[in-house]
Design a protein around this ligand. Structure first.
Ligand code: ADP
Ligand code: MG
Length: 273
């Protein structure tokens, strides 16, 4: 699935919300794995100093040779940073605590907002034959998140089905608008994804109703339920589809992958979901 406006290039998606604990990393890991099941070649870029996506995809801290810190601040080429995972067609640009100083170090850099964009340029990606790049953002509207938004074609916003969920969204939307005006006019909203949904809970239902009334079609049809398998899987360093293939969490992320693939043209070589 290449971007029709940029033939042969992968579709780059920032997974962003400045709130922590809303399901960004869970979505990065499990949407990636579900897309891979559909035949896509996917790169996850871990842009959070906590490195949870790296751990969740099976790369312990001591196995992270080069990281997204090196990619952004040491000009280490993409091919030296990308590592395979134990899953075919799923690649990782890992992160570790080195990245926690990046925001301060980036301030003085003239190209501070464009470093990830430049690192993911076409020539650097040649040879990886990627369909999708998912960028797992840190929980802040920091320069790291700005780098992700500048480098991406679209942004996927996980929204926890809790009270105050919609609060803070306007700040993210403002940041997206600023990025459009300054650096990336083509940046689209891929969708708002309701996460940790509990159908028996009236609050969850209310949050969904509010989100659909306020945001309309921007909200993904797929809703991710609260599912204990999703929270257990990272401690086994597995995506949920590998940890418990038949779980509600697996089904939900597979449905999200199908919804995502339906919106984007699919490459010939890809297996239909
Ligand atoms: P973020 O990256 O936005 O900080 P995470 O994806 O790390 O959020 O999720 C926060 C916590 O909630 C983690 O412990 C994760 O395992 C758990 N979690 C995320 N999504 C779900 C879900 N749908 N059901 C149950 N637990 C979830
Ligand atoms: Mg996270």
């Amino acid at each position: 699935m290449s971007d029709p406006t940029r033939p042969g290039q992968p579709h780059i998606v920032a997974i962003a919300n400045q709130k922590g604990g809303v399901g960004k990393t869970t979505t990065a890991i499990n949407l990636a794995a579900a897309l891979v099941e559909c035949g896509a070649r996917v790169l996850v870029v871990d842009l959070d100093p906590q490195g949870n996506a790296s751990t969740g995809l099976g790369l312990p801290p001591d196995a992270r040779k080069k990281t997204s810190y090196d990619l952004l601040l040491e000009e280490t080429p993409l091919e030296d940073v990308i590592q395979p995972t134990t899953f075919a067609r799923l690649l990782l640009c890992p992160a570790n605590a080195d990245l926690s100083s990046a925001d301060i170090e980036l301030v003085a850099n003239e190209k501070r907002s464009f470093l990830l964009h430049d690192a993911l340029r076409q020539t650097a990606m040649d040879g990886f034959d990627l369909d999708v790049i998912l960028i797992d953002c840190p929980p802040a509207l920091s320069l790291l998140t700005i780098n992700a938004l500048v480098a991406s074609q679209s942004v996927l916003v996980p929204l926890q089905s809790e009270f105050f969920a919609l609060e803070g969204l306007s700040q993210l939307m403002l940041t997206i608008r600023e990025v459009r005006q300054s650096a990336n006019p083509a940046l689209r909203i891929e969708g708002v994804l309701l996460t940790m949904y509990d159908g028996r809970n009236r609050l969850s239902q209310q949050v969904e109703a509010d989100a659909r009334a306020t945001l309309g079609d921007v909200v993904f049809h797929t809703v991710i339920p609260r599912n204990v398998r999703l929270s257990e899987a990272p401690s086994f360093a597995l995506p949920v589809t590998e940890y418990d293939s038949a779980s509600k969490g697996s089904e939900a992320y597979r449905a999200l992958a199908r919804e995502f693939l339906a919106r984007h043209p699919i490459r010939e070589r890809m297996v239909q979901p």
